[in-house]
Design a protein around this ligand. Structure first.
Ligand code: 17E
Ligand code: FE2
Length: 419
């Protein structure tokens, strides 16, 4: 038995400050809990559930400097073209090494839940094979979900839809799609229908790259939402990116918001990547690529953030630091009232867990696995303001890592003399 004391627990509204853990599970939360063999004093620091990266591409990581990978226009579409060449040189060993390194980088910054899209437009399914193996190997320490993602199209790539089906049979968790990349609107629509059919056929979750463009006529989110609402699988579905929804007119957005509430569909935004990739055909004013995150959040539509890219042909400077993603996201979305700042950690924790459909195993509650982070801050507001470091990541009651707290209370001579 282990007892974590002197904790400030995120979202815990009474003053409970102790967490008792037995065999990797939270058995009690409260004050003056029974003694335990091991007691760990957290010094009043904030304890939050692990970060969730709801949208990442682990097959692409660390390829930004590969031969032929340079994306000179900085657009999504050039990224796809560059990856087309890079992936031909990918080997199983190399895919494995890079993905492992990417996961390690994320875990070292407090992530324990990752949904990764894996490109299945590849006759050898190299990235998928590597990822399926890693998912099982790391299962105890990090929860990984795999999306069968047709990066070059379900129909624009010959046999793309069959590759997805194959990937689902091999064990991918979610069906993906990229309707805005298909060669005609009708084909994009056909791909969305196919995504939903495949999810039903194989009992999988859905996560579609949806409307990742500034083209306000790109409205595949409307069809995806309607289809999953009809099937009653909205909560099992995610629309990722939905950049163009940030540019549509308000009358359309208003109607759609009501329909999103009805379906219960989830949304994932990738603030850093889309700020970088979108608005490329704009002069000024220049759009910043983000969907209507603030309004979704205000209206009870589940929305969360993802890192998307770690050093790949789309975005070179991703590093798996979800606090950085949150920081960028709340700026771009203008989420900054004190009330919002107190709750916005949800966008990289609880809301992500809901998107991943792992809520039954997630959160600081009795009966759940003892998975949590200790942040170098005393309140949620200070955690966000200071972009607090993760001091410890605990999984099933054991440390994945812990690191000493850097002190901000150094004395600077100049200031001491002035006082
Ligand atoms: N592929 C895609 O379609 N969109 C992205 N943002 C990335 C890869 C990173
Ligand atoms: Fe993506």
């Amino acid at each position: 038995m282990k007892k974590f004391t002197n904790a400030r627990i995120y979202r815990q509204h009474d003053h409970a400050s102790e967490i008792l853990v037995d065999k990797g599970v939270i058995t009690q939360i409260g004050t003056n809990l029974p003694e335990a063999d091991e007691e760990i004093d957290l010094g009043g620091r904030l304890v939050v559930p692990p970060y969730v990266d709801a949208h990442l591409h682990l097959d692409y990581v660390y390829t930004a400097r590969n031969e032929g990978a340079t994306n000179t226009s900085g657009t999504l579409f050039e990224g796809i073209a560059r990856w087309h060449d890079v992936k031909k040189t990918q080997t199983l060993e190399d895919a494995r090494e890079r993905a492992l390194k990417g996961i390690e980088e994320e875990v070292s910054k407090g992530v324990q839940f990752i949904r990764t899209h894996i490109d299945v437009d590849d006759p050898k399914l190299t990235g998928l094979k590597a990822m399926l193996e890693i998912r099982e190997q790391l299962r105890d320490n990090v929860t990984i979900q795999i999306v069968a993602f047709p990066q070059e199209g379900m129909y624009a790539y010959k046999g793309g839809d069959e590759m997805i089906e194959e990937a689902l049979k091999m064990g991918a968790d979610c069906v993906g799609g990229i309707p805005h990349f298909e060669w005609a609107r009708e084909i994009g629509e056909k791909s969305v229908r196919r995504t939903v059919e495949l999810a039903e056929k194989y009992g999988k979750l859905i996560d579609v790259h949806c409307d990742e463009t500034d083209d306000v006529m790109s409205r595949f989110v409307e069809l995806l939402n309607a289809l999953v609402m009809i099937e009653g699988i909205g909560a099992r579905t995610t629309a990722s990116h939905t950049c163009s929804f940030g540019s549509v007119d308000n009358a359309y957005a208003y109607r759609m918001m009501g329909l999103f509430q009805k379906s219960g569909m989830n949304f994932t935004a990738n603030p850093t990547e889309n700020a970088y990739l979108q608005g490329r055909q704009d002069s000024y004013p220049k759009r910043r690529g983000l969907t209507r995150v603030k309004e979704m959040w205000e209206n009870g539509i589940n929305v969360c953030f993802g890192q998307d890219s770690i050093n790949d042909p789309w975005y070179p400077v991703g590093n798996g630091n979800m606090m950085n993603i949150l920081d960028n996201g709340i700026h771009l979305a203008q989420i900054m009232s004190f009330d919002e700042l107190d709750r916005c950690l949800d966008l990289i924790t609880y809301n992500g867990a809901k998107t991943l459909n792992v809520e039954d195993r997630y959160g600081i509650e009795v009966g759940k696995p003892a998975n949590f982070l200790v942040l170098n801050a005393n309140t949620p507001f200070e955690a966000v303001r200071q972009r607090a470091d993760v001091l410890a990541s605990i999984r099933n009651g054991e440390y994945l890592f812990k690191r000493p707290a850097p002190s901000y209370e150094i004395e600077i001579d100049l200031f001491r003399k002035t006082r």
